[in-house]
Design a protein around this ligand. Structure first.
Ligand SMILES: Nc1nc2c(ncn2[C@@H]2O[C@H](COP(=O)(O)OP(=O)(O)OP(=O)(O)O)[C@@H](O)[C@H]2O)c(=O)[nH]1
Ligand SMILES: [Mg+2]
Length: 300
């Protein structure tokens, strides 16, 4: 699979982030609770260095609730400060201010000693495209200051948002990294909508998502596509071949046909991806902490 996913403007953004880091007291790294491994940019560690960092597990409403807890505990065990949020409705957002004040309490005490009373905390919000950075900032600021939208690449330049006298947030465009270490990372970022669909064959994506769902959440498939049983996986089936069988079965049930009578697996793949992203199939997490083994992108 050849994924061209590093547009030129991201090089510029990366440089901008590097320069702006000097202006901020902490970094808020927003990750997608459905893919906490793939949505962590391995470059961020190097960029952020020793700056205090808060990991926000956003889109918790779309992820498996039990797994959200497992990931929170995991990040805490690594010494990270973690916040679980649903930026769309605002769940978890009201804890942000307190979490920031606690994470920076030594720094704030030092400012006070130096007479810098009332200096606002400046935090930079970073993450992969479409993870919910701008929506998160708007919820915290309680107004729509930053432009947000249901596709990757909405935020084009940096933007400061003044929340109140204690806090300023810096919105940044989503960034990816020039090279991904494994195919799964690219696929998972495409399933969740962090990279645009047109960079990958949609039917291949659909086959992989079907196959994954049949393995970890089979009842969701039998329910959504009214399948009494999932088709049997033959010994010679690789993931794509079996996923294709599942796409065919679902398309058959939904009555999706192309002229000539064959089932329309491409349309089914699009529908599956839309339904997954829209949460219509349920709440699923694609990655667990133990899945990090052998993944080059693990950097918790
Ligand atoms: N269900 C759900 N949707 C969310 C959540 N956070 C953001 N969204 C939606 O996801 C879409 C993307 O949100 P943005 O805030 O534009 O994402 P972004 O990270 O700023 O994206 P870029 O600027 O393109 O990098 C919007 O349609 C939001 O309403 C969440 O926690 N749950
Ligand atoms: Mg944005």
């Amino acid at each position: 699979m050849n994924i061209q996913w590093y547009p030129g403007h991201m090089t510029k953004t990366r440089r901008q982030i590097e320069a702006d880091l000097k202006l901020v007291d902490m970094v808020v790294e927003i990750i997608d609770a459905r893919i906490p491994i793939s949505s962590r940019n391995p470059d961020i560690d190097q960029l952020v260095g020793d700056k205090p960092r808060l990991v926000v597990l956003n889109r918790c409403d779309q992820a498996d609730p039990g797994t959200n807890r497992i990931w929170s505990e995991y990040f805490k065990s690594k010494g990270c400060t973690v916040l679980e949020t649903d930026a769309k409705t605002g769940t978890g957002i009201n804890r942000f201010s307190q979490v920031v004040q606690t994470a920076l309490k030594d720094q704030i005490a030092r400012w006070r000693e130096k007479g810098q009373v009332g200096r606002p905390v400046r935090a930079m919000v970073v993450g992969v495209p479409n993870v919910g950075k701008s929506t998160f900032i708007n919820k915290i600021a309680r107004r729509k200051s930053a432009k947000a939208g249901d596709r990757p690449g909405v935020t084009r330049g940096k933007q400061w948002v003044n929340v109140d006298s204690t806090l300023d947030l810096l919105d940044t465009p989503g960034i990816l990294w020039p090279k991904f270490e494994d195919e799964l990372t690219g696929m998972h970022l495409a399933f969740t909508g962090a990279v645009k669909d047109d960079i990958m064959d949609v039917e291949t994506l659909g086959c992989h998502l079907m196959c994954f769902m049949s393995d970890r959440y089979p009842e969701a498939l039998t329910t959504a596509y009214k399948l009494a049983d999932l088709p049997k996986r033959e010994e010679e089936d690789n993931d794509i071949a079996y996923g294709y069988r599942l796409l065919q079965a679902a398309a058959q049930k939904r009555g999706m046909r192309i002229s000539g009578g064959d089932v329309d697996t491409e349309r089914m793949a699009r529908v599956l991806l839309d339904e997954y992203r829209g949460g219509k199939l349920g709440r699923f997490t694609l990655e667990l902490p133990e899945d990090q083994q052998g993944r080059g992108c693990a950097n918790a």
